[in-house]
Design a protein around this ligand. Sequence first.
Ligand SMILES: Cc1cc2nc3c(=O)[nH]c(=O)nc-3n(C[C@H](O)[C@H](O)[C@H](O)COP(=O)(O)OP(=O)(O)OC[C@H]3O[C@@H](n4cnc5c(N)ncnc54)[C@H](O)[C@@H]3O)c2cc1C
Length: 343
Amino acid sequence: MRDEGGWRKKHNLTECATGRIAESAEEVDMLLNLLCKNFTHPKLFRICGSADFWCLYKKYLILIHVFSIIQGHVNRIQLYHFMKDTNMQRRRSRTKYCMGELIEREDFSEDLAAFKFKTDEQLPFIPGQYATIGFEVDEKIVQRPYSIVSSPHEPFMEVFVELVPEGATTPLFWELKLGDKVFIRDRLVGKFVMDTESGMTRHVMAGTVTGAAPYISIARTQKIEQEQGQSSPHKILCIVGASRSWELGYYMDELNELAAQEEWFDFVPTVSRPWEDTEWQGEAGRAEDVIRKYGDEIGYDHTNAVVYACGHPQMIENAKAIWARARFPEEHIKEEKFFVIKE
Ligand SMILES: Cc1cc2nc3c(=O)[nH]c(=O)nc-3n(C[C@H](O)[C@H](O)[C@H](O)COP(=O)(O)OP(=O)(O)OC[C@H]3O[C@@H](n4cnc5c(N)ncnc54)[C@H](O)[C@@H]3O)c2cc1C
């Protein structure tokens, strides 16, 4: 079977470079060979062996075009479009990755697990930001964003992932064994970080299951920095909803312990299917059902607090509406939707 995409690319290239429209794949190849023979310079091939071949190949193609212009085959507009295309590809190929080696994995349920990676370089980030994690599939990298659970002060990168069985990426997470490697984009980014600019020192952070990830990073970081002698005026009320309590795995204990130790941290886990978790004695309901109750109870309101919602898009919409009715201004309501619901 002929590679349609590759053929078309070559076809466009030769057409552009020679001004001739090839009638067949064979003719395209013939024209390309002709171009290469005509414009190959021995120096170019000497460099080719040593450096990034793809980058040089692009330069080589540009050279072919320059020669073609000289010969009057290609006009400037064609060259402009070709260069633009080449530049875009070069920009795309500038995406850099580092490798993350799986050093720990804990499955909380069939479809929820925490993964810890040792990265081959230290990547700076602000708690609340996300990493773009990728897997190689058919010579391409399939990648998705994942909020970072760990603190920038910790020597590993931890993520909390929910399996989407029909998804492109998460089933590949589930295949990972200790020692396996993933691609991690070297820029950790995102705006869903603690607001320290507004002057508000109270923070109500609501999340659904894996949506707790950025809050854990923020809380871990504040604790570590406190242990290092730094002080912070910021207080956090963290409300995390799950269908059943075990879905939060070891984060349940971690956040409960933190709440017991630190006066600046309150934690309310809530379970939306208590009938499937009959031993659960804590709060029942969805995260948005209880945000107003606990916020009001400890006095975190629109006069002193910024509010955050992360994870399931429906929870985020519901929580935003509740906070709007509680007089929180739009600029004090932050959100991070993990996916969109298909109609
Ligand atoms: C900023 C940001 C941070 C994120 N952080 C996390 C995180 O910490 N942990 C985490 O597990 N995910 C997180 N996500 C979601 C993650 O990026 C992927 O979308 C998700 O893991 C599914 O990837 P996939 O390739 O397996 O599925 P895809 O092939 O991308 O999706 C298949 C289908 O499933 C839907 N879908 C995606 N996720 C879910 C879901 N959770 N429940 C139901 N349907 C879904 C998609 O809308 C799509 O229709 C985050 C997303 C964003 C934008």
